[in-house]
Design a binder for this molecule. Sequence first.
Ligand code: ADP
Ligand code: MG
Length: 464
Amino acid sequence: MNMDKNTLWQTALTKIEFTISRPNFLTWFQETGIVNIENNTVTICAPNVFVKEWLQNKYHKIIIHNLREIIPEIKDVNYIIGKAEGPSFAIFFKNHPKKKAKSIHFDHLENEDMSIKEFILDPETNLNPRYTFNNFVVGSFNELANAAAQSIINNPGTNYNPLFIYGGVGLGKTHLIQAIGNKLLEKNPGYKVRYVPSEKYMIEIVDALKNQEMNALKEKYRTVDLLIMDDIQFIARTEKMQEEFFHTFNALYEKNKQIIISSDRPPHAIATMEERLRSRFEGGMIADVGLPDIETRVTILKTKLETKKVSVPEDVIIYIAEKIKNNIRELEGALNKVIVNAELSNMPINIETAKKIITNYIASPKKFTSAKKIIKAVSEFYDINERDLINHSRKKDMVKPRQIAMYLMREELKSSYPSIGDKFGGRDHTTAIHSCEKIVQELKINSELEEEIRAIKDKILLIP
Ligand code: ADP
Ligand code: MG
């Protein structure tokens, strides 16, 4: 290897920069460096344990992939805590002004809903004023979660503490938990509310450590009346973050301050969630958000229409509601597509054109599932290595994820058993049959598994 370590890291960083978002890049890579390269193993230093763990658990694949593109012989990457040296990095980051890093909104990392982004978030609370109960439809799918929310609004910090809400993508978790914050603020303007998606919370911690503002950050989180932590599943990837959150959680809990948490799955299904956090969550109220039925979907569409100055025929509304069942964001998206199309073509909305548009909308390529996506989603969900999942790794935790991946290939792609076996390191087709059977049987008695598989299917849809 004749490239020096600083040049290597700088080259890798220019590549990595294009694969992740700007605030994430700045937070997690700014103070990193290569400390040495020995026996084809690269050692990377991180400024503190939070960054080290996150690089290890979240970015390892990206890092090793990019390093290998520059030097194919690289075998492995280690992480240590340490200071990056060499002036090249300072220059590197100076050329890339840290613009906007602090003001980026995280509430809709995967949301295309522009109408929400137009709103300016209150920097104190982070709440989006658009999320209220006035435009929130309640049906049997979210009845329990909504009832808990109402109880909290009447008596925060008492009965349902913490409130843990879980459910699939686009089913209104963020809307509901922010609506609680907005409502409590409206009732009591002096109330201190803080809404934060867990990914943003982690970035704040790392920033605070860098700027030696950790005490101020702790103070900020431990003196609120209501803390709303969205999508907590991300935090479970690192122990140190969980620990930090645990202390904040306890500080608030002991003062009877209300804590609300959302996740894509129930606490017990977050494999890497620390036991003490899990049992804290389970000591409160856990409510799921399921799928809205057809009547509710129609009501949701009609509610959305109230704020738009167009009339959409009843049969079109029903058609959309019948076709889009699993995601309220997509339900709204489909309605918007139909409306925009009519505006652009200057034609009234009718069922024939609506059918064409919706058919295209449903079949849009972003939804195509593939074996690759299934493997990626399962690995990400269980936080395991894709290679271990596919190959004959004997690690005991691989068995169930592998069976689920095989099952999903059968169910979602209608793959043949021999081809499923092939995809998993040339296993025999009888293994594939056995695996799928096992999951089918298990699903009959295990509703938690059903929950997990649903969450994995959601994940598949999010993979580009
Ligand atoms: P999640 O956080 O569960 O992924 P969101 O809260 O972001 O879902 O909701 C996705 C979109 O659907 C948002 O635009 C939200 O306003 C809308 N939405 C979700 N649930 C409802 C509901 N019950 N009534 C009206 N709109 C809803
Ligand atoms: Mg959300």
